[in-house]
Write a protein that binds this ligand. Structure first.
Ligand code: ADP
Ligand code: MG
Length: 304
């Protein structure tokens, strides 16, 4: 690529809030034939909210459970954590007189949730809060339905709170689609001829509900992903000779972003490490995925 064309192209993109880190990236982006998108925070807004909490009625009072959830999630920057903290703030205040809670050994397990030891009135408890199967696996009536507790166009999921390996509560959460997601995906597929996949750490049922709404066939959905599973999907498609773009917003996307030919990060309000990205979309608008590909192709045509 001639330096001038690359400079002008990158400048035009930057003025739109699309940061492309150099000529090699421009070339990789122009050649994209598969786009893999993360779900939460990428296809959806990630403006997660708690819609309902179902407690299991164990020894710990509901008030205290919510206060525990508040204390452990306050240490995480995940969109789910922010929603839980917001929801449980009142419970934390009114609980203050009942139980004194301290958090120890906090650990975030990327793709699964968080774990810690909490000390409640001098008694230590192991806490896990996160996805089903990792935090708690008890089957509970109604707990499986991803649409439950939805508001409007929300796409809900559930988070399990386990206290000493016992399921203590299920949090129902809603999220909403970005307005442009469906149109961007049909443009990528129909106008640009790219193949689009969804991959997510979230559960299968929620993933399929979102995929269905944005026109991605179930065969192109990979749910329950750990960060390494996202990376494996990238590598599998690369081995098939595809030029792979990965679009994500979270720390759980970092390894996949690095492995892809073109790693695109939502740079606006997300928790992403900008260093892991080749392209950063400052305005968090998915149309800029199309802009990045289109503009890169345009620059390359001028050079050849
Ligand atoms: P995605 O790939 O859709 O962006 P993540 O990999 O960030 O999702 O999260 C995968 C799953 O891990 C979430 O759906 C949730 O069940 C669980 N999880 C991750 N972080 C947290 C947290 N701080 N609190 C509770 N659950 C969490
Ligand atoms: Mg995400």
């Amino acid at each position: 690529a001639t330096p001038t064309a690359v400079m002008v192209g990158s400048g035009v993109a930057a003025a739109r809030g699309v940061l492309i880190k150099g000529g090699d990236i421009l070339e990789a982006t122009a050649g994209t034939d598969v786009v893999i998108m993360d779900k939460t925070g990428t296809m959806t807004k990630g403006d997660v909210a708690v819609t309902e909490v179902i407690t299991m009625g164990g020894q710990t009072s509901n008030q205290t459970l919510l206060a525990i959830a508040h204390e452990v999630e306050a240490m995480s920057s995940h969109p789910i954590a922010k929603a839980v903290v917001k929801h449980c703030a009142k419970a934390k205040e009114s609980n203050a007189a009942v139980a004194v809670i301290a958090v120890d050994d906090y650990e975030e397990v990327v793709g699964c949730g968080i774990q810690a030891t909490v000390v409640v009135n001098n008694v230590r408890h192991a806490v896990r809060m996160g996805k089903k199967g990792w935090a708690g696996s008890a089957e509970v009536g109604g707990g499986e339905n991803p649409q439950r507790g939805d508001v409007g166009s929300g796409y809900g999921t559930q988070i399990y709170l386990a206290l000493d390996q016992q399921l203590a509560a299920i949090f129902h959460l809603s999220d909403s689609l970005r307005e442009e997601t469906g149109s961007v995906i049909s443009y990528l597929v129909e106008a640009m001829g790219t193949d689009v996949y969804m991959c997510t750490g979230d559960q299968q049922a929620t993933a399929e509900a979102v995929a269905d709404a944005v026109g991605i066939p179930t065969s192109r959905v990979v749910a329950g992903c750990m960060p390494a599973d996202k990376q494996n999907l990238v590598n599998r498609l690369k081995e098939q000779g595809k030029r792979v773009m990965f679009v994500g917003d979270g720390v759980n996307d970092s390894v996949a972003l690095v492995s892809a030919h073109s790693g695109v990060g939502m740079g606006g309000g997300s928790e992403i490490a900008v260093d892991a990205c080749d392209v950063v979309l400052m305005k968090d608008n998915l149309w800029d995925v199309v802009v990045a590909i289109d503009l890169s192709q345009c620059v390359l045509r001028r050079i050849k």
